[in-house]
Unconditional design. Structure first.
Length: 342
């Protein structure tokens, strides 16, 4: 985790609110494994349980249960604790104090203007009852990022306002306290049009709350049932009817997961002209997904047999991360001048 040999430092992660699905796999997990294995980065992957509690404080069991599920999904897709530090947010006490110091440099109006937070408050229908912890979570994220002096943050484009808020905090700390102790992060964004996969029902977003997901832990029968129920072209009633490829969720998935691009194009041509039924393309997609997800599921089942070993991985990663975050906090306290008894 320490920035050795001029490696860039990555911080990324997930809120533990349930098992991870193929939307997470396409949008972030595969990319994390590639970055981890490139040898170019010190990779830190955070299970953000404190952030998850900001809107789930009345259901902490959900977070406790999901912590292990997310860790199993990480290990199953190829996150390697020998190459990446997997840490649990709540086990890093320095993050809380850094958040408090940063809150003193951010106005309420600035938090209100953050478009990502505004959108999420609307989506969650908080109204005037938004929890204070949720309202200030961009500052908490800034603490997460700066604690590890992360300069590379793999995120979707909708998270750029969050990064900009972090950069503002970094500038404030460095300017006010006269030392360049914090690092300004940059986003690492997926290519245009990549990074998001629609739900099984054709909804633009795959989401646990919409029940339109294929989970990395789903067994073969469950995957098949979900694929066979997928949204296609509602006007493609008979096999001989011309079908619409654009916006057809099955073909969207085939574009993402199928290696044989020529076969996919041939199926698209045949479907567009008529003479190809939905059942046939769904069967092909099922074959493709089973081949992709079976080894992930098998690794997950292997790790799930020894949950204590998984918790040991999380504990070791958190202890390692805590040393780095505590050092950053000590530097911030020195700069402010409140390390009175040092």
């Amino acid at each position: 985790m320490i920035n050795l040999a001029n490696k860039k430092v990555i911080l990324t992660g997930d809120r533990p609110t349930g098992k991870l699905h193929i939307g997470h796999y396409v949008g972030s997990l595969k990319n994390r494994v590639q970055l981890q294995n490139s040898g170019k980065y010190d990779t830190n992957i955070m299970i953000a349980d404190m952030q998850a509690l900001t809107d789930n404080a009345r259901d902490p069991e959900k977070i406790r249960h999901s912590l292990l599920q997310v860790a199993l999904d990480y290990l199953a897709v190829g996150i390697d604790p020998e190459k990446s530090t997997i840490l649990v947010q709540s086990q890093i006490p320095a993050l809380n104090e850094l958040t408090m110091h940063y809150l003193n440099l951010v106005s309420v109006n600035r938090l209100k203007r953050n478009p990502t937070v505004k959108n999420e408050i609307q989506q969650k229908k908080f109204g005037e009852s938004v929890p204070a912890g949720f309202f200030i979570y961009p500052v908490s994220q800034a603490a997460d990022i700066t604690a590890f002096k992360a300069d590379t943050i793999p995120v979707g484009e909708d998270q750029e306002p969050m990064l900009e808020q972090t950069r503002e905090i970094v500038r404030s700390v460095n300017n006010i306290y006269g030392k360049d102790i914090l690092v300004e992060p940059e986003g690492y964004f997926p290519p245009k049009g990549m990074g998001r996969i629609p739900g099984l029902d054709g909804n633009a977003k795959m989401s646990k709350s919409l029940n339109n997901c294929i989970y990395l832990s789903d067994d073969a029968d469950t995957i098949k049932k979900k694929v066979m129920s997928m949204y296609t072209d509602p006007n493609h009633i008979h096999v001989e009817d011309p079908g619409k490829v654009e916006g057809n969720t099955v073909f969207t998935y085939l574009d993402i997961f199928a290696d044989d691009k020529q076969k996919v194009q041939d199926l698209k041509d045949q479907y567009s002209h008529g003479g190809l039924g939905d059942v046939k393309i769904k069967r092909y997609l099922n074959e493709v997904l089973q081949a992709e997800l079976q080894p992930i599921r098998e690794r997950r089942e292997m790790y799930a047999k020894d949950p204590q070993a998984v918790y040991d991985i999380l504990k070791a990663g958190s202890e390692k991360a805590n040393k780095v975050a505590s050092k950053t906090l000590d530097e911030v306290r020195d700069a402010i001048g409140i390390n009175y008894f040092k």
